[in-house]
Structure formats: structure tokens, C-alpha cells
Design a protein around this ligand. Sequence first.
Ligand SMILES: [Zn+2]
Length: 343
Amino acid sequence: MRDAEAVTFGSAGLDRASGLRAKPEALAALLKRPDARVLPLWQGLVPVVEGRPVGETGPIGETGPIGKRGPIGETGLVTVSPGHPALAEASGAPTLLGLDDGVPWFGADISAWSPDIADAAANAAFLDPREQRHPALPAESRFVELRAVMTRLTRREAEIAATARALFGWHATHGFCPRCGHASEPALGGWIRRCPNCRAEQYPRTDPVVIMLITRGDRVLLGRSAAWPQGMYSLLAGFIEPGETVEAAVRREVLEEAGVRVGAVQYLASQPWPFPASLMIGCRGEALSDAIEIDLAEIEDARWVSRQEMVDVLSGANPAIRPAREGAIAHFLIQRWMEDRLD
Ligand SMILES: [Zn+2]
């Protein structure tokens, strides 16, 4: 697929500079640079300033101009300088996330910070309860769920935020050596964990998921999970199992969930989905059969939707079917299918 990277969280060309992770002196030198930016994450939430006019390039956070804000980007990540008071509760040294046109971006997990109760009560009066304000960050900034702002960040900032969220989420849930059970420690600049007892090394986990645009002539197969918002339908998806190819996982999941047999399968695009650690592998598949037989243990409903119907679904005019969330690869693939741009 030609514009596969246009998906939300697609690669925007961040230089991950992985060769520097094993060089403590180089990392220390980057941290001393006046343009170094540190993105604090708190319990998986990212700090943002919203409502910035599109195209504005003024200062944000503590470290100055953000530059090159794109057509999306009316929401900006808030970063601070290394050593800023907002990083007082950071779990360790900042992790180098990459170089953004030469500007070093670090991440720091400040989940240990607990909001002052008085602040929290004051915040509750005017903030979404899932949002939080840190007293050391700019007054207009908020910690928010990344999914709520992912389509409004610049592509580069979305890539950085997704990387940080996935990485810190992994550290937070993988504190012990899976081989001997001893507490493990971050190493390689925060990109692996090493066991001081048996020396085993663990790498950040990414779980592959297939998500598939299954078509039969002019129609696409959509399904819904009982846990989703009412009326929302999306592409079928499922985790790849050990010992399974992408193609086999597509065919198995569609047969299991909807009873539809699938022939040719083709890879289209992928999307890092750090909620908490998935890699969505988007494929197209040709159905060999029409009849739908739902496995109610997996999904609540599945149906074939024609292109004509999909016009109304995407515009919100279909009373029975609400489309997949904008920013999700399902939405991206369905839109490209509608526009005949899957190649
Ligand atoms: Zn161990």
C-alpha cells in the first residue's frame, strides 16, 4: 500500500538513534543540550496543550518553539527541560526516544507523582475526571489519554508519544525476570531490562494483531464486540498465536468469529497501537463464502456492508451502524477501500 505510513502513529521519520543507547556519555551530552526536550508520562497519560491555532509555531512547554506544526497538530505535546521540577518523581534517568531533526527527545515516567488532594478536587470541578494537571507544568496543560488526542498531534509527535507510552507501559508491568523471578533493572538507556541475578535480558514487548478488511464483491465484513459503544462496527481483528503466520491468523479469526472462509490474503499497512502493546497488522482478504455464523463468545454481531451503505456509515447518517474510531487503522483501511486506494 503506497501511503501505508499515513496511518495515525505511522512513521514520521523519527531518528531513533538506537546506536546511542549503549553510550552513556553520548546520552549525557544530549541531556545537557539546551534544546533537549523531555516528555513526562504519568500513568500512561501524555501532557498536552489543546486548542492551539493550526500553524502556530510559538513556544510550548518549557523548551521553546515546536516548529513545523502540520495541518494536524492543533494539540501539542508538552515537554520540559532535563532537571525540571515536573520530573522530580521520575523513575530513573530519561530515556532517549529519538532525534527529531536533530533535536533530542527524551521520555520520563513520572507515575510516582501523586496529585495533591486539594489540587485534584479543584481540577475535578472543571476537568474531565480522566484528565489531570501537574502544578509544575504550564497552567493550560493537561495529562490526557493518548487516544483522545492522537489525530490532533503532528505526525512526528504522535510517533514519539506512542513510542513513549508503549515503552513505559512495558517497564511498569515487567519488573521481574521471567527466568528466575528476581527484580530486573532498566539497561541500555531504558530500552531493555536486565536481571542482576542471572543476567537475562528482556526486550520491550510488542504483540502482533491481525486486523482485516474482508471483502466479497462490493461488500465489506464488519463486526462488533459487545463491549463497544452502541452501534459501533469495525473490521474483525485478533491476536496472532504462537506458530502462526499473518495469513493463517486472518483466515482463522474470520472463520472463528464470523464463520466466513477467506482465500487470498494480502498485507496492507500496520499501526503501532500502544494500548498497551499491540502492533496492528492490516490485511485485506477475499471471502470465499457469504453466510455469516457468529461466535457469540467472541463478537456480538457481524454483517456485510456495501460501499453504498458505507457512505452513510462514514458520514454518520446510518442509524444502525457507527463507524470505527477515527485514527484507528480500521477507519483508515475502510476509507482507503472506499476511495479505491488500497494499492
Ligand atoms: Zn533472572
